[in-house]
Design a binder for this molecule. Structure first.
Ligand code: ZN
Length: 109
């Protein structure tokens, strides 16, 4: 796999990919200063390893980062839904097993 970090100083690199750990967990912390309509000084931070950086970024790159975060958020929500469902199925299975084993009696209710 190609090392994405070799393109650190390319204006086209993905902002959501961390320079330090290479994981896609970089999020904007704050806009330090707006230079003009298109360039902003932004503090970015990696929620995975704690790396942070203050740099000048183009509006378009920040919008792309925002979209990437939205996508990641919906993926996490979908995963959480899947986990909740798996947990619920597991509970139902345990209940069914307990019923089968005669561990749950009508007088329990
Ligand atoms: Zn990182």
């Amino acid at each position: 796999m190609a090392d994405r970090r070799s393109s650190t100083h390319s204006p086209f690199r993905d902002l959501h990919v961390c320079d330090a750990c290479g994981r896609p967990f970089v999020a904007p912390v704050s806009v330090v200063e707006t230079l003009d309509g298109e360039h902003h000084v932004v503090e970015l931070s990696c929620t995975n390893c704690g790396w942070s950086d203050i740099g000048v970024h183009r509006d378009a790159d920040l919008i792309a980062l925002d979209r990437q975060l939205d996508r990641a958020t919906s993926q996490i929500a979908a995963t959480a839904d899947g986990l909740a469902l798996a947990f619920e199925l597991e509970r139902i299975e345990c209940f069914a097993r307990a019923l089968d084993d005669g561990l749950i009696l009508p007088e329990d209710f």
